[in-house]
Design a binder for this molecule. Structure first.
Ligand SMILES: [Zn+2]
Length: 339
């Protein structure tokens, strides 16, 4: 590993961004993505490794991902300004703990993720909800982010349905439920949601909703089969696709009417469909606006975008979080300082 390219160390610059690189991790149920961000905000290196299950495997994988991405960039881990981590489950951003991340094998016990990672790596660590870092990453990658604060929602169409919010350039955490629009009931007499209410939006607009609308007949994802069948002219598939797109459009409408974000970035598993999803959702928004001059005036179709497919958006956002979060107690200190 070369140390020639290791940037000089120094205090944070006037805008609060350090002059050393940071690493971001996006720890998901099957893979951990890592991105190394240069002080100028460009992505210098990225990597992905399989995520293990259970506290020790999750920590071990995170350490390996940081070491690997730093090595790819030719930078020592000790030269980093910090590490940011996005993780599912119930995350306490203040103390860097996570619990109830069932996909990671972290059920009941609280995992002190920031403290343990800091102790292993010897650099400061900050932890946040996976959707918050995805929204930060999407904002960082948005054109013009360096010129004016970004207003944006990252709408994740996955097993569930939820959004991360960046408002005026700042992630909106609230008391912990910000962006949980999946559990807004939209059909009063609809089926019971796992949350206990009836007819929640998640039952219609999540990736799981596609599985119910159009159960996969092969081993490929249900959204892929649905959109292919619709494109091939199957009327039932076209109707199911439009029903789903209407529900996603309802989620977008809800976000814009709540906080008037200028961009809604579609992410999560269903968004891997790419352009066909965007076309279907924009068409749904246009249909809904046909009878409402008010909706039409909001220009919703133009606010919807796809998350970039070639960059690990949430890992980039986690790296942004690390470089914009003060880590006085943990930044670049010895393991004993990780408190
Ligand atoms: Zn619900």
């Amino acid at each position: 590993m070369s140390t020639d390219s290791t940037p000089a160390q120094g205090p944070p610059t006037a805008d609060g961004v350090g002059d050393r690189p940071t690493v971001g991790l996006d720890i998901g149920g099957t893979k951990t993505l890592a991105a190394l961000l240069a002080p100028d905000g460009s992505v210098l290196a990225q990597t992905r490794i399989a995520t293990g299950r259970g506290p020790d495997a999750v920590i071990g994988g995170a350490v390996r991902a940081v070491q690997e991405v730093a090595e790819r960039a030719g930078i020592e881990v000790a030269a980093l300004d910090g590490v940011g981590v996005g993780v599912p489950g119930l995350v306490n951003h203040e103390d860097g703990t996570v619990r109830h991340a069932v996909n990671l094998g972290l059920e009941d016990a609280t995992l002190p993720l920031a403290v343990r990672l800091c102790a292993e790596l010897g650099v400061g660590v900050v932890v946040d909800n996976d959707l918050n870092v995805a929204a930060l990453g999407a904002a960082h990658l948005a054109p013009g982010h360096a010129v004016r604060p970004i207003d944006l929602a990252f709408l994740a169409l996955g097993t569930g349905l939820a959004a991360g919010l960046v408002l005026d350039g700042v992630v909106r955490r609230g008391a912990g439920a910000a962006g949980e629009i999946g559990h807004v009931p939209v059909v009063p007499d609809g089926p019971v949601c796992p949350c206990g209410q009836r007819g929640c939006l998640e039952l219609y607009a999540s990736g799981s909703a596609v599985d119910r609308l159009w159960p996969a007949r092969t081993d490929r994802p249900a959204p892929v089969e649905l959109f292919e069948a619709a494109a091939a002219g199957d009327p039932a598939a076209q109707a199911a696709r439009d029903t789903y797109a209407d529900a996603v459009a309802a989620a977008i409408r809800m976000l814009v009417l709540s906080v008037d974000v200028r961009r809604v970035v579609l992410g999560g598993g269903v968004a891997q469909l790419g352009e066909p999803l965007l076309v279907a959702v924009r068409a749904a928004l246009e249909r809904q606006a046909m009878t409402s001059p008010f909706l039409d005036s909001l220009g919703l179709p133009d606010r919807v975008l796809l998350a970039p497919g070639d960059v690990p958006v949430a890992a980039v956002g986690a790296a942004v979080l690390a470089r914009t979060t003060p880590l006085p107690a943990t930044r670049a200190v010895a393991p004993t300082g990780c408190v």
